[in-house]
Structure formats: structure tokens, C-alpha cells
Design a protein around this ligand. Structure first.
Ligand SMILES: Nc1nc2c(ncn2[C@@H]2O[C@H](COP(=O)(O)OP(=O)(O)OP(=O)(O)O)[C@@H](O)[C@H]2O)c(=O)[nH]1
Ligand SMILES: [Mg+2]
Ligand SMILES: [Zn+2]
Length: 312
């Protein structure tokens, strides 16, 4: 039987079969050993084959079908381990907030780069619009400009007051949508609004300050009644970049990718090389300083990670 993994607790998996039934499965022993580098061999969104165990006591996942794509991040604790957030995603939504908690451009840019590297289109949702004062709204405008200019759709929403949620509903229809972001930005609140009757646990306002409380602890995929799926994920603190070479990075900044063929040197890293089309575009304001700054920081990060691997 073929099905899609909708929930994983680490030892049990919910699989939604082609017949529309959810089956609780364990993992066949050999699958656990196959890919030791990732912390999780089977992930939300995986298409899998399910078979009954020999003694019929339970169902097991016997095979993971080839992934279309997946989104991966470095484990925060162990920099050489990787954690796959989910697989077979049509669109990633990064929820960002200006305060309670604040999301940095560095975090957004790392997320976007990872999604680009795995060919997953992204949308940025700036949430908690109901909360913002004049200064905060300036920051919202600042972010909206940066990311629109870079070529990303940006929606200003409030999961609390429903502001602009219909527009997002239309984008999500019939697709597999991943929702990610820091703890406390409102991922679960947002999904509760997108899917009628959904009652995901959300963080308590009273004892919740600027840092999230990590209310959601497992990723889970939910069916949208009008068609499609939404994947709720636990809050992410930082987003490490994995397995990318410095020369590759500019390919995953759409606004750089479009211009880099105009650099004088075809191995230009856009740092201090002469006649660099990227640096020219930054000077002219065509590429935002913020995005370029993230690019430089990520190049530096990737070089440092390479050094860690070299030492092993
Ligand atoms: N004012 C306001 N509060 C919001 C909005 N969206 C979410 N919140 C509040 O923000 C807090 C955190 O919301 P959650 O939905 O639990 O956030 P989360 O992103 O799922 O957090 P984790 O599960 O910890 O990753 C809750 O107290 C929500 O009520 C919004 O649009 N406006
Ligand atoms: Mg949550
Ligand atoms: Zn260049």
C-alpha cells in the first residue's frame, strides 16, 4: 500500500494511504540504518510503501519513495548532523514578525536560500499586523521592500484578526505547504485559521515574552478541506546552511543569479573582485544591502563549516 507520512513522533508514523485511511506504522529496522547522517530517515510528506508486519501485529514502513525535494537544516546542537524538516513540498511559507518575537533578515535569508537550493518556491508572511505601532510598520515596509525587490511574494497578515488570510488561502489551495519560522511567530495560530475546526495548541500570551515557548514539538501535516495540505513545524532558532560551496551561494539569491553572468570573472564570488555586476547592483540600490550583507555572512559561514569538516 502506498501512502504519505503526515505525522512522526520519532518511533511511530501516521501514514495517509491512497484509500484515505490513516494507518499508524513503525519503521522497518533496515530503514533506520540506511542514512545515518540525517537524524530522521522518514519525514513528513514522504511517500512510503506500507506493509503488515509478519505476525500482523502492526503495519511497517518498508520503503521510502524517491523525494521530489526536501528542506533540510543543520542540527543546532551538532553541526555535522542534519535534520530534514519535510519532503515533497510545493511551497514554503516563512512566517516572520517584527516583534514578539523579532525575526532577523539573516534568518529569513538563510531560510530562503535553503528553499531555493532545493527548488522550493517561498512566500514570506509578515504576521501580527494588528500588533504594530508606527515604528514597527516602518520595519514592515522595510522588509516588504527588500523581499519584493528580491522577487519573493510578501503578504502582510494577522492570524489573530484574519487580515489578508483569504489571499493566502488561495495560494495554498491544492498544494503541499510548509509553514516555518521562529517559535512564537504564530504558525499554529495561522493554521488554526486556515483550516476550520483545527485546534492546534498555541503559546499562551500571558507568560510569553519576546522568545517563543516551543509549543509545537513535532511537525505534522494537515489536510485542507478545499484541497491541499499544510505542514506545521516546531519553531526554529537558527538556520544553518549545509552542503553548499561558496561558489554556489549566489545561485540561490534570485536577484544575484539574474545578474552574475555580467561579472567580469566567471568564478566571481562578488566579494572584492573587479568589475563585479553584483557589487555594482548593490551600489545602484538594485540589490538591497541587507540581502548582500546576508550573502557575505553566509559565504563566511560556509567557509568556516568547511574548515570544521577539514579537521575531522
Ligand atoms: N497579536 C497577535 N498575536 C498573535 C498572532 N498570531 C499569533 N499570535 C499569538 O502569538 C503566540 C504564539 O502563537 P503560536 O501559534 O503558538 O506560535 P508558533 O509559531 O506556532 O510557535 P511554536 O509552536 O512555539 O513554534 C500566541 O499567544 C498567539 O495567540 C497575531 O496575528 N496577532
Ligand atoms: Mg506552533
Ligand atoms: Zn561578481
Amino acid at each position: 500500500m502506498k501512502g504519505r507520512v503526515t505525522k512522526s513522533t520519532g518511533s511511530w508514523y501516521d501514514v495517509l494511504t491512497d484509500e484515505g485511511v490513516t494507518v499508524q506504522c513503525r519503521l522497518k529496522g533496515k530503514l533506520r540504518l540506511e542514512n545515518r547522517r540525517t537524524t530522521n530517515p522518514v519525514v513528513i510528506g514522504d511517500w512510503v510503501m506500507v506493509e503488515p508486519e509478519k505476525d500482523n501485529s502492526a503495519a511497517v514502513i518498508s520503503e521510502v519513495l524517491k523525494r521530489n525535494n526536501y528542506i533540510i537544516r543543520q542540527s543546532a546542537r551538532n553541526r555535522t548532523a542534519e535534520h530534514i524538516l519535510a519532503a515533497n513540498i510545493d511551497r514554503a511559507f516563512i512566517i516572520a514578525t517584527v516583534k514578539q518575537p523579532a525575526t532577523t533578515t539573516g534568518f529569513i535569508d538563510r531560510f530562503l536560500l535553503t528553499a531555493e537550493a532545493y527548488h522550493i518556491p517561498s512566500t514570506i508572511l509578515l504576521n501580527k499586523m494588528d500588533l504594530y505601532n508606527e515604528d514597527d510598520l516602518k520595519q514592515v515596509e522595510f522588509l516588504k521592500n527588500i523581499y519584493s525587490k528580491a522577487g519573493y511574494p510578501v503578504e502582510l497578515i494577522s492570524a489573530k484578526t484574519d487580515e489578508h488570510l483569504n489571499a493566502v488561502r488561495a495560494i495554498m489551495k491544492d498544494k503541499v505547504n510548509l509553514v516555518a519560522g521562529h517559535s512564537g511567530v504564530g504558525k499554529s495560530t495561522f493554521i488554526n485559521k486556515m483550516i476550520p475546526g483545527m485546534e492546534l495548541k498555541v503559546g499562551d500570551v500571558s507568560d510569553y515574552h519576546s522568545k517563543g515557548m516551543h509549543t509545537t514539538t513535532f511537525a505534522e501535516m494537515f489536510h485542507i478541506p478545499e484541497g491541499g495540505f499544510i505542514i506545521d513545524t516546531p519553531g526554529i532558532k537558527e538556520f544553518g546552511i549545509l552542503d553548499l560551496a561558496p561558489e554556489e551561494l549566489a545561485h540561490y539569491f534570485p536577484e544575484m543569479k539574474n545578474r552574475m553572468h555580467d561579472c567580469k570573472f566567471n568564478n566571481c564570488l562578488h566579494i572584492n573582485e573587479p568589475k563585479c555586476a553584483i557589487r555594482d547592483a548593490v551600489e545602484l540600490g538594485e540589490i538591497s544591502k541587507s540581502r548582500y550583507g546576508s550573502y557575505l555572512a553566509i559565504v563566511e559561514d560556509v567557509r568556516n563549516t568547511e574548515k570544521i569538516y577539514d579537521k575531522e
